[in-house]
Design a protein around this ligand. Structure first.
Ligand code: ZN
Length: 374
């Protein structure tokens, strides 16, 4: 499967010396004596720790999306809710793009890192690990673990099972154990077809400009903003990035081969673009206004203060905030999560994030033994 094989042999950490022991309760012990190899009597321990998950199996101990003193961290992507406490980590493994987007948005980063790529396989004593594309943001990955006794596990991080203009959909792989997000894990979260969402966004941009106003699409600076820029540029709009953080992440996308064309607030012709019907993508409109006050002409600042129309680009708009934007999500919807889990076909699923408990119930209802990690 892998294009490159890297082996790490790390000394196992001595947990007794750690003063940062996870205090969350263990949720389930899985005896593997009944699994296919029958060779091992190891017990699987999976627990929520900080922003992520700690997995222990035999001599293998791995942290996912969280930093634990003495432990190796597998980092799925660099959204802020996945990088907390990483200074504690003994070593961090992620894709080059994940480290690049992390560095672009954060002043502090770790030096004890190993960049790997999607498709790479690497190992430590007791386990081989393969990175799979997660379809969530640039460089985002899932981790597929193959333990020496034959047990397999898939950790998803955040994932999207739908292709977008700038990201390729995550594909499931069968595994004995699934550790999955469940952000939109209740049956009320069903997103429209992405093409339809795209059309609605482009139509809203046109209609707003026709009214003499400037459309502002609010989106996370990592992932969603770049998708919005790619969409709006494909629709023939002149796009302005409203924040420095978006500019920095766009540069990383471009460095990794994604075609993004847009003005920044510091570009010479932004005022003219605004007057002739440009659209803005912003991760914080307050900061966009601040930036405008530093770089734009008075007429442009007045336009931004008085003649804009804001739209949120988020899966959450599919619910009670529907009037405020469009359900453009970087996550799988409920059906996507469910179909993904069915294909993985695990003996046990551990579920984290918001909606972990209801999604575990849904999995149990279709015959998958599931445990919420809370
Ligand atoms: Zn994320």
């Amino acid at each position: 499967m892998g294009s490159k094989v890297i082996f790490f042999v790390h000394e196992q950490p001595n947990l007794s010396k750690s003063n940062n022991k996870p205090n969350e309760q263990e949720t389930l012990l899985l005896s593997t004596s009944s699994l296919k190899s029958g060779l091992s009597m190891s017990t699987l321990h999976v627990k929520k720790v900080g922003s992520g998950v700690l997995l222990k199996y035999g001599e293998v101990s791995l942290a996912f999306d969280t930093g634990i003193k003495g432990e190796i961290t597998l980092l799925s992507h660099s959204h802020s809710d996945h990088i907390r406490g990483l200074k504690q980590a003994r070593h961090i493994i992620a894709t080059e793009a994940t480290f690049d987007t992390w560095n672009a948005r954060n002043s502090e980063s770790s030096t004890d890192i190993t960049p790997v790529e999607v498709g790479d396989m690497f190992g430590q004593i007791g386990v081989n690990i393969t990175l799979l594309n997660a379809g969530h943001v640039l460089g985002s990955t899932m981790f597929y673990l193959e333990f020496d006794d034959g047990l397999t596990a898939l950790y998803t991080g955040d994932f999207n099972n739908v292709d977008s203009l700038v990201h390729t959909a995550a594909r499931p792989l069968e595994a004995d154990v699934l550790i999955t997000e469940a952000t939109y894990g209740t049956s009320s979260w069903i997103f429209p077809n992405r093409k339809e969402v795209y059309e609605r966004i482009l139509n809203a941009a046109s209609a707003t400009i026709d009214q003499g106003r400037t459309p502002v699409f609010n989106a996370y600076s990592l992932g969603k903003s770049q998708e919005a820029i790619a969409l709006l540029q494909s629709g023939g709009f002149r796009v302005i990035s409203g924040n420095l953080s978006i500019d920095k992440v766009c540069k990383v996308y471009k460095d990794h081969g994604v075609d993004l064309r847009y003005h920044t607030m510091r570009s010479a012709n932004v005022s003219d673009a605004l007057e002739s019907g440009a659209v803005i993508v912003s991760s914080s409109f307050r900061h966009t206004i601040d930036l405008a006050r530093h770089h734009l002409e008075k007429r442009s600042i007045e336009r931004l203060e008085q003649k804009t129309e804001g739209f949120n680009l988020s899966g959450w708009t599919a619910g009670k905030y529907a009037e405020r934007g469009f359900p453009l999500s970087a996550h799988s919807d409920f059906e996507g999560l469910l179909n993904f889990a069915k294909t993985v076909n695990p003996r046990v699923a551990y579920v984290f994030t918001e909606n972990a408990r209801p999604f575990s119930k849904h999995l149990s209802d279709i015959g998958i033994n599931a445990v919420p990690l809370e």
